[in-house]
Design a protein around this ligand. Structure first.
Ligand code: 5GP
Ligand code: MG
Length: 216
């Protein structure tokens, strides 16, 4: 993003979203706050994320209370790093007697078409045998990551594999897959924040933001 930013931009002040203009900057009206102004426009605010995650927590808790065999506890598996915030917020929103928590890291090689070339999957041991696993991930784009992970967990003997994904892009996934629980459907745009990064940047933003494309 250009500095200073040109035209109008959105910032969040407390719980309020404000539209500010680059001319406000030169007048110093927002002071040092704008020195750390995040990029792009807010797609999903912190309040909306919170509310939706709370709903998902209620729905998922109800599901596992009804469907788990007696004596079983579910294994919630967060896909790092993207699902970092979503996973921990969801865990706080879930109300179950006992949940086992684990994380893993997978990343698809850039440009690959094959579900067989995901890193991180081989390292999964046999701790999934007979388990009821909930995969929690940030975003469904091509579908490659999620479908490879579901397939692998089933190969490793998981009794049940469900998926809870924060965002799903409105596009035809290369691998057909539908999350069991979804936070939000979004347009096919590149988003950052709330765990999602661009080359390691913007992960810590509190909202989901759309980065401006070069032609905007
Ligand atoms: P898929 O395997 O479904 O194509 O993509 C999954 C992974 O690609 C996500 O977990 C995420 O790490 C990355 N990804 C896909 N779309 C976006 C996006 O719009 N923004 C960011 N920051 N990462 C994305
Ligand atoms: Mg991911």
């Amino acid at each position: 993003m250009k500095w200073p930013p040109q035209g109008r931009s959105q910032v969040q002040l407390g719980n309020e979203e404000k539209d500010i203009d680059s001319s406000d900057l030169s007048k110093g009206r927002f002071g040092s706050l704008l020195l750390s102004m995040p990029p792009g426009r807010i797609l999903i605010s912190q309040a909306k994320l919170r509310a939706r995650v709370r709903e998902l927590g209620v729905t998922i808790s109800r599901h596992y209370r009804r469907h788990l065999p007696p004596g079983e506890k579910p294994l919630f598996l967060g896909v790092m790093n993207g699902a970092l915030f979503f996973f921990t917020d969801l865990l706080r929103a879930v109300d179950l007697d006992d949940v086992e928590i684990s994380t893993l890291r997978v990343s698809s090689y850039a440009g690959t078409q094959s579900a067989g070339t995901l890193r991180g999957l081989k390292a999964l041991g046999d701790s999934f045998n007979g388990r009821h696993v909930l995969i929690v991930d940030d975003i469904l784009d091509t579908g490659l990551t999620l479908s490879a992970l579901v397939t692998r967990l089933k190969e490793l003997g998981a009794a049940d594999v469900k998926t809870c994904i924060l965002l799903e892009k409105r596009r035809k996934h290369d691998v057909p897959i539908k999350p069991d629980w979804l936070g939000f459907k979004i347009e096919d745009e590149f988003v950052v924040g709330y765990g999602l990064d661009l080359d390691g940047k913007y992960r810590a933003l509190k909202q989901i933001r759309v980065l401006k494309t070069p032609d905007q």
